[in-house]
Design a binder for this molecule. Structure first.
Ligand code: GDP
Ligand code: IMO
Ligand code: MG
Length: 429
């Protein structure tokens, strides 16, 4: 078996979807292991655009089994909406080609409501979440009061579990000035959707164990990015799951030693959507240019993404946190019109030079970036698929990034299209 993990190295939206889709040509399984429909992964195949939130990016390939692992928080209504959308684009999704782990946490409308209520009340302390209910759903999971997909098959038990959950939520809702939950209606809604979802619900760990024994190729699809990780990110401005590659084990039931390769997806500059510190942020016309040229609008919320220079300190740390064997460098073409490019090579904090991202948000806010300047290439790289065709300045930019982060770029992306990629080394032989 060959296990390859794909994770986001910055603050998400690095282009994970494009590469999961591209590499899925050699995969037997594509597996999501964390997050939920806060993710927005864009795939472009021969001009046709697919936008996926909860569905693994293997769903557009024939012969790939898509798996949603136990580490995900699962919104069944969102799931069916997405299935319908993707089916309207000509794909067929059914319990033979898509499976969801029995022990996956159910995300309910009350989680989305609580997420939105909290954000409204937090005002200037808001996180800037996607309001998909991710935080509240993970809280209920860790608080041991969540409903799991396996509970849908046991009506009396489901009712008991829902009562527990509703009692907990009602206290919080009251404090936030919201109405009490209509428990009867919610129970009826869950029962109805439960019937539709149960055929997809399987012991995923066992399916993956069998796949391992049969030497299958398994691609693990990360969502979000390392600096949104609940432990390693810019806390509290993070999501509520571990996004790093290690969670591909716990979030699916795959034993350790499963990852032969870890590909970190890295944007050739930096973006962030939502609140929180951003050391190399450009709040000037250069930032605006990157946003416009890179179409930097959130796939899920359509919010503008904040843009900034490439931060090698962040990326080098992320390479270590994920155990990246190589990186995939995306959106090189977005830099085509730049006169010159800056790379952040170190931080100054309280007069001292440091080469890591300090955990404290207070320190992160006070960092002064140290930059190195490289010449731009002022010519188009859009759609280039061979390295020799890249201008020398672009090759030098990539080389410098590799030196600073300590691993090679095995793939380089020059457009949203699946095949517009310079392939130096593919993870599945
Ligand atoms: P993900 O969340 O990591 O899957 O990334 P998103 O899909 O949210 O955002 C990445 C965006 O960049 C999408 O619109 C992609 O189609 C697009 N994209 C990916 N790679 C490239 C590239 O090399 N060049 C350009 N111009 N766009 C790209
Ligand atoms: P993909 O998989 C970029 C951000 C939100 C917010 C924070 C918490 O497409 O890269 P949440 O709704 O998770 O509680 O929000 O995390 N965020 C993302 N940013 N890409 C994503 O996913 C994101 N998913 C969540 O903007 O700052
Ligand atoms: Mg995205």
């Amino acid at each position: 078996m060959t296990g390859v993990v794909i994770t986001g190295i910055q603050w998400g939206d690095e282009g994970k979807g494009k590469f999961v889709d591209m590499l899925a040509d050699k995969a037997d399984f594509v597996v999501r292991f964390q997050g939920g429909n806060n993710a927005g992964h864009t795939l472009v195949v021969d001009g046709k655009v697919y936008k996926l939130r909860l569905l693994p990016s293997g769903v557009v390939r024939d012969g790939v089994t898509s798996i949603i692992g136990n580490g995900v928080v699962f919104n069944p209504w969102g799931f069916f909406e997405e299935v319908q959308q993707i089916e309207s684009q000509g794909r067929d999704i059914n319990p033979n080609n898509l499976m969801i782990a029995e022990n996956t946490t159910l995300l309910l409308p009350i989680h989305m409501e609580l997420d939105a209520l909290r954000e409204e009340h937090a005002q200037e302390n808001k996180i800037g979440t996607t309001k998909s209910g991710i935080g509240p759903a993970y809280e209920d999971k860790v608080g041991r009061r969540a409903i799991r997909l396996c509970d849908l098959a046991h009506e009396d038990y489901l009712k008991q579990r829902l009562s527990l959950l509703v009692a907990h939520h009602n206290v919080q809702r009251q404090a936030l000035g919201a109405e009490k939950i209509n428990e009867e209606k919610l129970f009826a809604d869950i029962k109805a959707i439960g019937k539709k979802i149960l055929p997809y619900v399987k012991p995923v760990w066992k399916i993956l164990d069998q796949a391992k024994k049969e030497s299958k190729n398994i691609l693990f699809e990360g969502a979000q990015g390392t600096y949104l990780d609940i432990d390693h990110g810019t806390y509290p401005y993070v999501t509520s799951s571990n996004t790093v590659a290690g969670n591909a084990s716990a979030g699916t039931g795959m034993g350790s030693g499963f990852a032969h390769k870890v590909l970190g997806i890295v944007k050739a500059y930096t973006t962030r959507v939502g609140e929180g510190p951003f050391v190399t942020e450009l709040t000037n016309n250069i930032g605006e240019h990157l946003a416009e040229k890179g179409h930097e609008f959130g796939t899920v919320t359509n919010r503008p993404r904040r843009c900034g220079w490439f931060d090698s300190v962040m990326v080098a740390q992320s390479v270590a946190l994920n155990g990246c064997t190589s990186v995939v460098l995306t959106k090189i073409d977005v830099l085509d019109e730049m006169e010159e490019l800056k790379i952040c090579t170190g931080y100054k904090l309280n007069g001292e030079v440091i080469n890591y991202v300090p955990a404290s948000i207070k320190d992160q806010e006070n960092i002064i970036p140290i930059y190195e300047t490289l010449p731009g290439w002022k010519s188009t790289t859009y759609g280039i698929t061979t390295e020799e065709k890249l201008p020398i300045q672009a090759r030098n930019y990539i080389k410098r990034i590799e030196e600073l982060i300590g691993v090679k770029a095995s793939l380089i992306s020059t457009s949203p299209e699946r095949n517009d990629t310079i392939i130096r080394e593919k993870p599945f032989s």
